[in-house]
Design a protein around this ligand. Sequence first.
Ligand code: GDP
Ligand code: IMO
Ligand code: MG
Length: 455
Amino acid sequence: MTPTSGFFLCSEQRQQEIPGRTVREKPVPATSVIGLQWGDEAKGKIVDLLTEKHDIVIRYQGGNNAGHTVKFDGNTYKLSLLPTGILQGHVKSVIAPGVVINPHAILKELDGLAAGGKDCTDRLMISDRAHVICPWHLLEEVAFEAARGGNAIGTTMRGIGTCYREKMGRTHAIRIGDLILKDAFAAKVREIVPFKQKVLNALNPDGEQMDADQIIEDYSACADRLRPMVADTTSYLLDALESGKRLLFEGAQGSLLDIDHGTFPYVTSSNSSGCGIHGGSGIPERAIQQMIGVAKAYTTRVGGGPFPTELDNEVGQKIREAGNEYGTVTGRPRRCGWLDTVATRYSARISGVDSITIALLDVLTGFDELYICEAYNINGQVTRDMPSRCEDLEIAKPVLRRIEGWTEDITGIRRFEDLPKAAQEYVTAAGQLIGSPVSIVSVGPDREQTIHVPY
Ligand code: GDP
Ligand code: IMO
Ligand code: MG
């Protein structure tokens, strides 16, 4: 008897069930890259590195709140909504159902790449199930953030949360599949705008008045350009997986910004930990067999919310300057602090990461001493577990392990054993405390500035 485990049916059985379809013995396991902190962990660099060995790169959550930077061959690329894999010609890039799409933003990004000599439209597929960010989402976000006053989330103001809210609410949501149907889209806009205008006027009587005709015209022009890229990406990815294509899932944001598992309410509105891959892409969870978590050698955060190891002092400023810690999307200075292995261990555990990358290690060069947070002290209770309430995280005092610093320039080093002893010790301690083997150490933004660590 041959095993029949659903997705991993053996080829003989599958071909009996689906006549005329060639299926390999076993789908090639897919890989995913996720952030273990509050975003900007260098996921873009790691996805770019791994792209070479993959056929399809998939974004499955978030939207143009993400900013992924990649450097190679003397060029710097900043991607926001487009999967990082789009930079490499052999790869198909997919934007899956779980992503929220601002049509203007995606076209601007594609036009920017085309202007630089990289016309990528023929290798991009956009799910017809993905939701559309509309002008009212942007206006609502301004109003809602203002209403929170001192407790503002500090969002990227890209209409991400307000679009996801609509999706969950199901009343006034528009999907890419609707956008590309001219009449259906126009009818939806005419129905939604008067309703949304009432809500917006109540929140801000002096606010902008929307013009439904103008919105229909603007968005329909975008739809005409996007239409050739729109597809049923779910079937495409399932077929690709079954026929042995190598899939790489690119996480946006970081696990601590996950709507269910992050530092709620100071989070984004999608599942940005590994938990979002299946839901956002439609690919069965067990197809993901290599989960790589990316963490900076220290911690950063943009926007509001608790941050136990934050260094609101000259040490934090030194990290900010050395790491150029200013947001890719909004230009805001990122808050900086020591590596927090309570938080990163939690992230690694909820996603079941197989190995981790420690990125931006070079930024820590030149500090006399370094610290890693190994536990929290909350009202006298020492714990290694991540509290669920922000109020507890706000008062959590980090229990810090001191590690000797190093002064040598490490940006040219390519073998782990060539790193200064103190740097080796730092990475080893980080891996042990996070609870996962370190497979990659990044010592500079360039693709080449990478140390692969056998584990
Ligand atoms: P992402 O959102 O996780 O893709 O990360 P971002 O691209 O927003 O932020 C990471 C920043 O660090 C980018 O400017 C990268 O070019 C840069 N970077 C990546 N790896 C390294 C590294 O090892 N060292 C240094 N100094 N910079 C790095
Ligand atoms: P990448 O993919 C860092 C943060 C915002 C804000 C919170 C909610 O580059 O790592 P949103 O606009 O998503 O509703 O904002 O989440 N945030 C990020 N921080 N990196 C990101 O993406 C982020 N995307 C959102 O600053 O605190
Ligand atoms: Mg980023």
